[in-house]
Design a protein around this ligand. Structure first.
Ligand SMILES: Nc1ncnc2c1ncn2[C@@H]1O[C@H](COP(=O)(O)OS(=O)(=O)O)[C@@H](OP(=O)(O)O)[C@H]1O
Length: 332
């Protein structure tokens, strides 16, 4: 037969290109282009990856999916989960986490996998496979929702998440996009115009799933882990079906895991000092202060109350809450 042979990659590129043409677009709080896809504002850099993930990823029964909206504790959750899961494979001092970093040992499903063939390559990874995703719950592939795979979601109070996101985006050099001022970025954030926003719908999707299926979806808050991380490391290990034994507890393995994955320790890992994270961004950009309440150094009281009102309105009756100003006063 004559004619031009079309590779799987070319076919996918055309398919998603066509879909993109019909989606509404806006400039987001990071000055980047966002596409409105299935009710969420997805960054241009990951929209095709997200579509591929949704369409072609086949979850295995033992898969662990670490989900979050950006700047909510993704890097930390990846480090903790990888360390818990692999603690019998190698000692903490020899962990690949030290050299490859959290984003190296736990790939993102939307950023790091750019073709259908790569999903097949992932089939060869040792079980349990661990992946990160920023996809909203409703956009997850059916195979993730319907299989025995487990989902851990981490969220963070929206004020700190906003500042973390803004600081991150202004520190990344841009060629064709411009950085927005804090005030303009904040306005966009409050309209839900940020990566995978609106944050309230992202939160609610996973929150409701965790209430309906607590064995399937574990919902964690950054602030809770930060306040006292040992019980949360135990909780995470129990949820993953890999509880710490009495001997491990007596040996102090939980505290060691906590130390290895602390922001202070991770800043000194070789992977952070010399490596790169997703999209070739320096790994150090994913570790800044790692504090609760840093946003109060940047936001005015009226900005805080605007977000408080927004949360009140959007999360009302869900049972999910963030007590912003008072939580910060307690942690100050
Ligand atoms: N180990 C550890 N412990 C505590 N906090 C940590 C840790 N690793 C990353 N961080 C802080 O998390 C913020 C980055 O968020 P994410 O990791 O979700 O970013 S990303 O979505 O992967 O781009 C960013 O928060 P800010 O410091 O407030 O900007 C990081 O410093």
């Amino acid at each position: 037969m004559g004619g031009v042979e079309i590779t799987v990659e070319e076919e996918q590129r055309d398919e998603s290109q066509e879909l993109l043409q019909d989606l509404p677009t806006e400039i987001g709080m990071g000055g980047n282009l966002l596409y409105l896809y299935q009710g969420f504002w997805c960054p241009q850099v990951s929209i095709k990856g997200m579509m591929l993930f949704q369409k072609h990823f086949k979850a295995q029964e033992t898969d662990l999916i670490l989900a979050s909206i950006p700047k909510s504790g993704t890097t930390w959750l990846k480090a903790l989960t990888y360390t818990i899961v692999n603690r019998s494979r190698h000692s903490l001092e020899k962990s690949p986490l030290l050299t490859n970093g959290p984003h190296g040992v736990v790939p993102f499903l939307e950023f790091d996998i750019s073709s259908r063939n790569q999903f097949q390559e992932q089939d060869k990874l040792p079980e349990p496979r661990i992946f990160g995703t920023h996809s909203p719950y409703t956009a997850l592939p059916c195979s993730v929702k319907d299989s025995g795979s487990k989902i851990v979601y981490v969220c963070r109070n929206p004020l700190d998440m906003f500042i973390s996101y803004w600081k991150f985006s202004v520190n990344i050099p841009k060629e064709n996009e411009k950085h927005l001022s804090l005030g303009d970025a904040f306005d966009k954030f409050c309209q839900g115009l940020h990566g995978y926003g609106p944050f309230w719908d992202h939160l609610l999707g996973y929150w409701k799933a965790s209430l309906e299926r607590p064995d399937k979806v574990l919902f964690l808050k950054y602030e809770d882990i930060k306040k006292n991380n040992v019980p949360y490391i135990k909780k995470l290990a129990n949820f993953l079906g890999l509880p710490f034994s009495v001997e491990e507890e007596e040996q102090g393995l939980i505290e060691e895991t906590s130390r290895l994955c602390s922001v202070e320790s991770m800043k000194n890992h070789e992977s952070t000092r010399t490596g790169t994270g997703p999209l070739g961004i320096p790994a150090s950009a994913f570790l800044r202060k790692g504090e609760v309440g840093d946003s109060l150094n940047y936001l005015t009281p009226s900005m805080v109350s605007r977000v408080e009102n927004l949360i009140q309105e959007k999360l009302q009756d869900s049972g999910l809450s963030f007590c912003l100003s008072s939580a910060f006063q307690n942690s100050a």
